[in-house]
Design a protein around this ligand. Sequence first.
Ligand SMILES: [Zn+2]
Length: 317
Amino acid sequence: MQRRFWLMVLLILAGAAYALQKAAPLRGEWRPDEVAPGVYVIHGPTELPSPSNQGFMNNPAFVLSGEGVVVIDPGSSVQVGEMLLAHIEKVTDKPILAVFNSHIHGDHWLGNQAIRARYPEVPIYGHDRVGPKVLAGAGTEWVQLMLRLTENATLGTDVIAPDHPLKDGDVLRIGGLTYRVMNNDKAHTDTDIMLHIEELDVMFLGDNAGHGRILRLEGGSFPGNITALENALASGATVFVPGHGPSGGSEVATRYRDYLQTLYETVQQGVEEGLADFEIRPLLLPKLGPWQQWAGFDSELGPHISGAYLEAEAAAF
Ligand SMILES: [Zn+2]
């Protein structure tokens, strides 16, 4: 009798400890939008991670075809990954065959954990530099960053790195569809892949484009990012899914390309004329009218000018 009592106590304590280690499920009524036949995107908020959005801020997607489901960027936490899984299971009872991660930023891949928990053998594909960087410390940094920004709303999220490396030009046949991998050395980061589903004319741009949101560019390249978007536009795709913000037609790629191009060309001209970066800002601002209402514009403009300045200066040598 006494032994049973202590066993109960132990079980209750273990349950409480488990509950403490995992934050609540995602709130809110997020719906998948079918952007092409069988291609669903849950368009998340174009905000930075916060306690109120529980860190959810990207565009988790899934593609339903003959034999199963392909997941692209399952989100910023185990909670987002589980929300995505629940939506997939409402649409189909077919299994998940593969996961793709567009790049190193954890708001796109920390949800891997939820998919792996349900499908322990599922391959997780990413740029060949992404898995090693995640394991070398970027993964833990992202877990910590999300916890801090959301006041622990992502608690319980672990690092599950992509383990199937990809490079430019790789072609994968999955579930009866063709996934063409596109990347150039540096764009939004140095770990980006874009995915072209050839039969459906759908292009997943990753964070090479935001739509209604200006994105941080660190360790990437302004001309590289512009080239990546040119390549995406030349692919023949007609539906474009950005890393953040609404999907649409080619305007998703052209608007972001135009922002980057306007910024880089103006900075480059300033560098050639011997101006300092703070002198370029007032020349640039009037040209960026179309993007000034976009989320992230005010916070990213300074870092973008500095980054473009360094890159233009280095290129001039
Ligand atoms: Zn990113």
